[in-house]
Design a protein around this ligand. Structure first.
Ligand code: UDX
Length: 434
């Protein structure tokens, strides 16, 4: 199959490289000439484990290439994927679809022969209809079908998620598109994940419902964690106790500082907007968003309380800034709100993150950044763990204790065992545990 990927950002690049690895011939297109030049030189603009190697191998095998020249890439394609950004629109929380519609416009003029146009970007219900309308308007003679095929990739595990998905959701209206999509995903049939063919609107909504449900699960366990602290229960044991029930499932029940990232915050807001537009009540999701927002500030309060109620003039060492480990992504990271609250309360924040400091620097001008974890700890009144990088699990706690001015750890990700931290003489505060 000839596949063209419009947009060489996170989703486009991972999907393009994985499709090439399936054996398809893939051209990744981006309007940003600088980005395409870097990709052609073999530089990967994002941090994603395994992606450098995957791209390099497939470029070498001549299955993967990069261009800014959209028209010829679309002309030769059996399937054109739209994988451009759909950020939250400033002010109203709606998904901003201008990049998707602009892509539809440009694709329309270049179509040649029956082509399947696939929306991979996360788009509100009805976007596929609008893409179809735009293409028909620009090029009334074009022979095409518009498909919805949302991605469910977790940053840091995106290649694994792409190659070994739980399911692939494909929304079609034209039966001809089914054959093309079956061919696109044929290499997956070895592991036989279900290709779920549904209507286009159903597929579009499935993506939002999945993310909203996962955000709800996290928010639920976070509230249970707060209750555990009050009643002297252990949230990790509660999570295990409920998660072994197959109807509930054990995943996404890790209590922490609230969800962040490029998807959950934006997609929950967009789903609420769709509900409001359609007159459908989504009160659970609305509450999840409000509870999660409040949680990030509450986590800063946890640090402040551990220091006796004020951090004025105190030095706080913060380990982990990215919204989760194995990514450099700072979008909606809980660390942003936590740093703002601590600095607002008069603390000097010293931070280290293995990958995200370049992204974090302009977002947190008040923070002093360090080249490694231990140097951030020197003379600090407390250590706060905000992202659960593996490297932080392996810290030498004796050395940590000698570096800190006071042996206080506020662990917002529960990466240490309370008994172990106490054995080393720390005052140890975690989430939802005694
Ligand atoms: C998510 C979805 O998992 C993916 O399917 C979708 O396509 C994009 O959004 P991602 O944002 O990369 O992926 O990260 P994910 O691993 O899902 O974590 C999201 C946030 O939830 C992080 O801030 C993480 O720390 C938090 N989280 C996750 C918890 O606090 N507890 C958990 O149990 C799981």
């Amino acid at each position: 199959m000839n596949i063209t990927m419009i947009g060489s950002g996170y989703v486009g690049l991972v999907s393009g490289a994985c499709f090439a690895d399936f054996g398809h011939k893939v051209i990744c297109v981006d309007a940003d000439a600088g980005k395409i030049e870097r990709l052609q030189r073999g530089e990967i603009p994002i941090y994603e484990p395994g992606l450098d190697e995957l791209v390099a191998n497939n470029v070498k095998q001549e299955r993967l290439s990069f261009t800014t020249d959209l028209a010829p890439a679309v002309k030769s394609a059996d399937a054109v994927f739209i994988a451009v950004g759909t950020p939250s629109r400033r002010g109203d929380g709606h998904a901003d679809l201008s990049f998707v519609y602009a892509a539809a416009q440009t694709i329309a003029g270049a179509l040649d022969g029956f082509t399947v146009i696939v929306n991979k970007s996360t788009v509100p219900v009805g976007t596929g209809d609008e893409v179809e309308r735009i293409i028909r308007e620009v090029n009334p003679k074009a022979d095409f079908a518009v498909v919805s095929n949302p991605e469910f990739l977790r940053e840091g595990a995106a290649i694994e998620d792409f190659k070994r998905p739980d399911r692939v959701v494909i929304g079609i209206e034209d039966p001809r598109a089914r054959e093309v999509m079956e061919e696109v995903y044929r290499p997956l049939s070895l592991n036989a994940p279900p290709l779920l063919f549904v209507g286009r609107r159903t597929s579009e909504l499935t993506k939002y419902a999945a993310n909203a449900f996962l955000a709800t699960k996290i928010t639920f366990i976070n509230e249970v964690a707060d209750l555990c602290e009050k009643v002297g229960a252990d949230v990790q044991e509660v999570a295990r106790g409920i998660g072994l029930d197959k109807r509930i499932g054990g995943k996404f029940l890790h209590a922490g500082p609230g969800y962040g990232g490029s998807c959950f915050p934006k997609d929950t807001l967009a789903l609420i907007k769709t509900g409001q537009d359609e007159g459908a009540s989504l009160r659970i999701v609305e509450t999840v968003v409000a509870v999660n927002d409040a949680r990030k500030r509450a986590m800063a309060r946890k640090v402040i309380n551990a220091l006796g109620g004020s951090v004025r003039g105190k030095k706080i060492a913060l380990l982990g800034l990215a919204f989760k480990p194995n990514t450099d992504d700072m979008r909606d990271a809980p660390s942003l709100a936590i740093v703002a609250s601590l600095a607002g309360d008069g603390a000097q924040v010293h931070a280290y993150d293995p990958e995200s400091m370049e992204q974090a620097r302009p977002l947190m001008p008040e923070v002093t950044f360090h080249d490694d974890a231990y140097s951030a700890l020197e003379g600090a009144d407390a250590l706060a763990i905000v992202t659960e990088w593996d490297a932080f699990r392996a810290l030498d706690l004796e050395r940590v204790k000698t570096l800190l001015k006071q042996p206080i750890i506020v662990d917002l990700r529960n990466i240490y065992r309370p008994a172990e931290a106490r054995k080393h003489g720390f005052t140890y505060v975690s989430v939802g545990r005694k």
